[in-house]
Structure formats: structure tokens, C-alpha cells
Write a protein that binds this ligand. Structure first.
Ligand SMILES: [Zn+2]
Length: 244
């Protein structure tokens, strides 16, 4: 049993903790590890679900045409992506994911694990539960998360320019309503139609080095007013006006 004084002290500490949490929540910055916490440093040879979580967040830091696997195996390609991520944010680029790398990721993500400049709501203007597409709702949502982290990398590489998404996940009903292809990656949740401040050709060209296997832009039928990026198992790029 706690004495009365101890109980009062304890509740005071809890109130103080609540106050501190409240302040950080309203500040709108670094949401830290609300949604996922790494408990060890990762480097080449590491494997596990914590590697997969890291791969989701660095998959946008690849070389042109490369796509990082979310296989939970920390190989040379994962190390190279981590190095590029570290360099892009001014960290020591050693390819080892330790506390500095994880802290940068925590600073870059919201409490639902989406990167700070993108949201599930922006990737889904169709319905709120991600249902009715070509894959189960949870898969569509997970695919959208992967796309958002690639876009966060692209945004950073372009000099922190805003990138806006005009269309993301679509159910079959939403896809039909806008005349989308019956095999559209929008049905899978990983497609995003980009608008925003950079030119369409800048967006199309830049997206080649951030892990997107499907890029459709100016010159491709129906894509003169946006750039479509997605993760298609069959890679295809076409933006003839931009030389792609
Ligand atoms: Zn599209």
C-alpha cells in the first residue's frame, strides 16, 4: 500500500508527465517513436522485422531504377540506401542504422508512421477504410505508406519543395468514376498522382531515383496535368515530353 503522501506525489508526477506529453503533441514536431521503436542498431547482416521497418523508411533513397526489397535482410542495397538517407539529412553516412539514424526517422514521422509531409488522408480521397480495391484494405494502406516514404525522400532531394497528391488509393467504384484503367495501381494503394510546385517533368525525372517502378507523365496519354508514380511489379516509365 502506498502512503497518502506517496500517492499524492505519484499523481503529481503523472499530471506533470501528462502536461509534458500535451505540450509535445500540440507542438506538431518530432513525434518520435509513437508508432514504432527500434531497440538495436542495424547493419549489414542484420535481419528481422525491424529491418523491414527500416527498409520502408529508406526505400526512397536508391539509385536510378532501383527498387529496394522489403525483405527484412540488411544487405548491401539496404546499407547503400541508409547511407544516402544519412547524407541527405546531414548525418555521418556510414550505412549503419544506429541511434542518430533512428532519431532522424522519429523526427520525420507522425505518430501513425506516415512521413511528416504526407498523410493517409492525402493518399486516400476515395473512402476512409481503404476497402473495395484490388487488395485487402490493410494491404492497400500498407502500400500507401511505402509510397509516402518514397515521396518524402523525393521531396527532400528536390530541396524540400511541397509535393501535392491529387489522387491516391481508389476502390473499383472510385476508379470507375474517374475513368481509371481497370488494372490501375490506384486500386492497390501504391499509386500517387503528383501535382504541386515542381514542373511535371521535374517530378517525372526525379521520381526515377526514388524507387518508383511505374512513372507516367507528360506525353503519356492522359498524363499532361500530373505525374503518376506507383510500385508496379512490371516496371514501366513513360513521359515522352520529358524524354522519359
Ligand atoms: Zn495515377
Amino acid at each position: 500500500m502506498l502512503g497518502r503522501t506517496a500517492r499524492i506525489l505519484l499523481s503529481f508526477v503523472m499530471v506533470m508527465a501528462g502536461t509534458v506529453l500535451g505540450v509535445s503533441a500540440t507542438a506538431g514536431t518530432a513525434h518520435a517513436d509513437d508508432c514504432y521503436t527500434w531497440n538495436r542498431s542495424l547493419s549489414q547482416g542484420s535481419s528481422g522485422s525491424d529491418v523491414t521497418q527500416l527498409q520502408i523508411r529508406v526505400a526512397g533513397w536508391v539509385t536510378s531504377g532501383e527498387r529496394l526489397s522489403y525483405d527484412g535482410q540488411y544487405g548491401a542495397r539496404t546499407a547503400a540506401a541508409v547511407k544516402k538517407f544519412q547524407a541527405a539529412y546531414g548525418l555521418a553516412a556510414d550505412g549503419v542504422a544506429g541511434p542518430a539514424t533512428f532519431n532522424k526517422i522519429y523526427a520525420l514521422q507522425d505518430s501513425d508512421c506516415t512521413p511528416v509531409h504526407f498523410s493517409y488522408a492525402e493518399l486516400n480521397k476515395c473512402n476512409s477504410d481503404w476497402s473495395g480495391g484490388a487488395v485487402p484494405a490493410a494491404t492497400a494502406r500498407a502500400n500507401a505508406l511505402k509510397t509516402m516514404w518514397k515521396l518524402e525522400a523525393m521531396r527532400r532531394q528536390l530541396g524540400d519543395v511541397p509535393i501535392t497528391i491529387s489522387s491516391g488509393f481508389r476502390s473499383y467504384a472510385c476508379n470507375n468514376a474517374v475513368g481509371g484503367s481497370s488494372t490501375s495501381r490506384h486500386l492497390y494503394g501504391d499509386a500517387a498522382d503528383l501535382v504541386g510546385s515542381p514542373s511535371f517533368c521535374t517530378l517525372a525525372k526525379q521520381s526515377r531515383t526514388h524507387g518508383f517502378s511505374e512513372i507516367l507523365g507528360p506525353g503519356y496519354p492522359g498524363h499532361n496535368d500530373h505525374v503518376h508514380v506507383a510500385h508496379d511489379p512490371s516496371p514501366y516509365w513513360s513521359a515522352p515530353t520529358c524524354g522519359i
